[in-house]
Design a protein around this ligand. Structure first.
Ligand SMILES: Nc1ncnc2c1ncn2[C@@H]1O[C@H](COP(=O)(O)OP(=O)(O)OP(=O)(O)O)[C@@H](O)[C@H]1O
Length: 261
């Protein structure tokens, strides 16, 4: 088992080992180990309250913002412990970007939403280069054609689906290595959802992508690897096709066949 983990580790962009998360005395994540590589979109599935979002948030230390949350275990990014005291958390969150359930553009122009990160991280030495980063990010997020003539309009005036793609462009603009998505389509209609799913396909390979989803059809459509969580443990992790057609664990089978959740 250790040999397997060690050899998988050499390829992993991120690795978690025996991660536990406590909210006060309550243990919400009970020893999760997983490797996330660049080649596959990883879906986290499982019934409500099983800890998908909690575990996702450990991957870029978003739990640091919750005073009662405590994380134990090891999580590495390119082999470096992200919880070490030398880790710059602002830098970490640029490398491991996040897209939330509800689109949350800043109350600023479309341009400034995307330019915000590059500005604070000093990624563009001049206006022309910043313009280029903004354009490239919007192109990559599949939004450029819809907004190129109104970059100074407010980001909050866009439709929900456009706002979510703007948030993806904002994450992309700081050149992340990993993108975490926490139910990114749950507030969107089916057409906007399809666009985000298409986008995930296009972004695959360039970024390591982890998506939390309640929607099993969505997990099957967008991911190559699926992790099934239940009551704070990761019950099963494997190829999405196996998880959905031939799960090893009874609890996974019960969940995917709709017996609970
Ligand atoms: N800020 C918090 N303070 C205390 N407990 C929390 C907090 N956030 C989550 N929890 C608890 O941790 C457990 C896991 O919650 P989490 O939101 O990670 O699950 P989830 O699988 O993402 O659920 P859902 O699918 O409903 O979003 C739950 O029991 C939840 O009540």
């Amino acid at each position: 088992m250790l040999d397997n983990l060690a050899s998988a580790n050499t390829k992993a962009k991120m690795s978690a080992r025996d991660v536990r998360v406590f909210y006060g005395p309550k243990e919400a994540i009970k020893g999760v180990s997983i490797d996330i590589d660049m080649d596959n979109v990883v879906a986290f599935i499982g019934p409500s309250g099983c800890g998908k979002s909690t575990f996702l948030r450990t991957l870029n230390r978003m739990n640091d913002t919750i005073p009662i949350a405590r994380v134990e275990g090891d999580i590495t990014l390119d082999g470096e412990n992200i919880y070490s005291s030398s880790m710059d958390v602002v830098q970490l969150r640029a490398r491991v970007g996040m897209v939330f359930q509800k689109p949350n553009p800043f109350p600023k122009s479309i341009y400034d939403n995307v330019a915000y990160g590059p500005r604070i991280h000093g990624l563009a030495p001049n206006k022309a280069e910043l313009d280029q980063i903004v354009e490239n990010s919007l192109v990559r997020a599949g939004l450029w054609n819809e907004v190129k003539d109104r970059l100074q309009d407010s980001g909050t005036a866009l439709s929900g689906g456009q706002q979510q793609r703007l948030c993806i462009a904002r994450a992309i603009a700081v050149d992340p290595e990993v993108i975490l998505m926490d139910e990114p389509c749950s507030a969107l209609d089916p057409i906007a959802t399809a666009k985000i799913e298409e986008l995930i396909h296009e972004l695959r390979g360039r970024y390591a992508i982890v998506i939390v989803t309640h929607n099993m059809q969505q997990a099957a459509r967008v991911s190559q690897k699926t992790a099934f969580f239940h009551l704070g443990t990761m019950v099963e992790y494997g190829d999405t096709s196996d998880i959905f057609t031939n799960p090893r664990e009874e609890r996974t089978r019960d969940y995917i066949t709709g017996r609970y959740g």
